[in-house]
Design a protein around this ligand. Structure first.
Ligand code: ADP
Length: 200
């Protein structure tokens, strides 16, 4: 059976993980590309060796894990380094993503990706959901979740597609401006809509 893939995208702090877990209540599996990008650089991995060979041991935390904030700072300020990092990580991320999607057994599978459109991964999806939030709410949620500063959060937000661009490209939009109960109701309605489309 061919997997029916529904992309789930939104900027940092828009609510992707929260929404993916609400879909899970209906038995819908998800593949989270953020999680995969963390898995591939765990201590002992080939990729982490390549990264520490290039940037030195100071790119590691005391427990030998990758200091992701430090790496982020390097690539934010240097396009060449960003390209290098992407050249070693993207192929593996894609391979693992496809393997996980193939293993999924739910009626459809969510592909959770903050840069779904930016990386062209929307092309493997039958439909895409964009989570829409105002920048004000996004900043508030990121800063309280990650304990990051407003400046750091803004830098990430500005490196991603704008909310408007994402919404314009997506088939479905979830406005995540209300409370968690409201979000749950929206997911329930959308889940039915997607099932109806699949079974048409
Ligand atoms: P993402 O995966 O897109 O980065 P998260 O799902 O982690 O975003 O959400 C960011 C933060 O905002 C989390 O701490 C989450 O609990 C919180 N959050 C998400 N949606 C809501 C909501 N509707 N009401 C209150 N808090 C929310």
């Amino acid at each position: 059976m061919k997997n029916y893939i529904v992309g789930l995208t939104g900027g940092i702090g828009s609510g992707k993980s929260t929404v993916a877990n609400l879909f899970k209540e209906y038995g819908i599996e998800y593949v989270d590309v953020d999680n995969i990008s963390r898995e591939i650089v765990l201590p002992g991995s080939t990729l982490l060796h390549l990264i520490s060979d290039r940037y030195g041991e100071s790119i590691l935390n005391n427990d030998r894990s990758l200091d992701r904030a430090k790496l982020r700072r390097i690539i934010f300020n240097n396009l060449e380094e960003k390209k290098w990092l992407e050249s070693i990580t993207h192929p593996l991320i894609r391979q693992l993503t496809m393997e996980k999607i193939r293993r999924s057994r739910s009626e459809y599978c969510l592909l959770v990706h903050p840069l779904l459109f930016e990386t062209g991964q929307d092309q493997i999806c039958q439909a895409v959901i964009a989570i829409s939030v105002s920048q004000h709410i996004q900043l508030e949620r990121v800063c309280s979740r990650d304990k990051s500063t407003k400046e750091e959060a803004l830098k990430i937000i500005n490196s991603q597609l704008s909310n408007q661009e994402r919404v314009a490209k997506a088939k479905y939009v979830i406005e995540n401006t209300g409370n968690l109960d409201e979000l749950g109701d929206k997911v329930s309605v959308l889940h039915q809509k997607i099932l109806n489309t699949i079974n048409e």
